[in-house]
Design a protein around this ligand. Structure first.
Ligand code: PGA
Length: 249
């Protein structure tokens, strides 16, 4: 069976005291599902969060990293730095990174390679914009995003890859893809993987949905056969809401 994963992307929210408060609330929640649970604080709070959540099943992950090993890249953080504080999973390719920081397929390919070279797990995000969907181009766009950044990888690398489909028009907008739209795209993504690597591999890769997942819609989205979890933005900032989503499986 594929792993169910629910990951909270805290984005550029929560200073240190706020992070401590949220962690205290997270520790009070009760998990009733079998999902793997992750949270992604901002860089400055990663170490603290990782220390504080060490005794819980909640994994602390990074929102981004640079592709270089080290060197003159002012303001950046490397895979080795993350690993040195015990962070072994990183989100790459989030639409906000693509849109505001010009991360294109070439940069993302380098980042994916760097993460895998450091034996990190990657949550690779992609998704179409509203104009692509209106033009009925969404499957093509997603196919390109996946193949351009990931199809140079060997089959064995996919043990360390989680995919996250996040239609840009549904992120932070309150507008969710319908469960059927999500299922249809997730099935397409799995077929795309199967065409390149075979059905067996495609059936093992977890594909998360992201974009305005909330306690009141998570259950229906997660009930779809090809949706293996969620990448949660806004609703992950409240421990009760986040765990309502974690427990929606
Ligand atoms: P949202 O964000 O849940 O606030 O829409 C999702 C994401 O950006 O990962």
């Amino acid at each position: 069976m594929r792993k169910h994963i629910v990951a909270g992307n805290w984005k550029m929210n929560n200073d240190l005291p706020e992070t401590q408060d949220l962690i205290t609330s997270l520790k009070r929640q009760k998990q009733t599902s079998n999902a793997e649970v992750m949270v992604a604080p901002t860089f400055t709070n990663l170490w603290h969060a990782n220390e504080s959540l060490r005794t819980t099943p909640i994994e602390v992950i990074a929102q981004n990293m640079h592709f270089a090993k080290n060197g003159a890249y002012t303001g950046e953080v490397s895979a080795a730095m993350l690993k040195s504080i015990g962070v072994t999973t990183v989100i790459l390719g989030h639409s906000e990174r693509r849109a505001y920081f010009n991360e294109d397929d070439t940069i993302l390919t380098q980042k994916v390679n760097a993460a895998l070279d450091h034996e990190m797990r990657v949550i690779f995000c992609f998704g179409e914009e509203l104009a692509d969907r209106k033009a009925n181009n969404h499957e093509y766009v997603v196919q390109q995003q996946i193949s351009n950044a990931l199809f140079h990888l060997s089959a064995s690398a996919y043990k360390h890859i989680v995919l996250a489909y996040e239609p840009v028009w549904a992120i932070g907008t309150g507008e969710t893809a319908t469960p059927d739209q999500a299922q249809s795209m997730h099935a397409f993504i799995r077929q795309t993987l199967a065409a390149k690597y075979g059905e067996d591999l495609a059936n093992k890769v977890s594909i998360l949905y992201g974009g305005s997942v909330k306690p009141n819609n998570a259950n229906e989205i997660f009930s779809k056969p090809d949706v293996d979890g969620g990448l949660i933005g806004g609703a992950s900032l409240k421990a009760e809401d986040f765990f309502a989503i974690v427990n929606a499986f």
